[in-house]
Write a protein that binds this ligand. Sequence first.
Ligand SMILES: [Zn+2]
Length: 150
Amino acid sequence: MHTKMENQTRDDKEWENAVNYHREQDIILQALICYAEFINRSKRVLVEREEIDSHLNEVDDLIVKLTLELLPITIKSNNCLIRETCPLCGHHERPETPEWAFVNDRPICFQCFEKHAPDLYEQVCARNAKAYEEYQERHPVEASEDSLPF
Ligand SMILES: [Zn+2]
């Protein structure tokens, strides 16, 4: 038989357990709500990221277009010894050819040259190939990719 005191203690214990259980459930619920908000925010960022990438591509295209209007591609003898970044796209590339395309005295990369001046690209490539053949005829033994004078 339980005394009144024992019953009271047992009721208090049950009450305390119920409160703790409720607290734990509440913490889990709050954590799940935060997690759901995080997922929703991440989804929004991903969608916005695609939009931002699209805007960035448009802006990059405009920058290249205006750059080429202000500083047109010029063909000249390629005496660059330093590896520079392409002024149009930022790639690192140093074409090792007798002639090349420059923008603002900086060599542009193969991709940009072909993309922005396809006709000139074909002409310069043909001239460079011819120069390479002539060099091979003059120096049949030494001619290789490593021993070119340009
Ligand atoms: Zn480029």
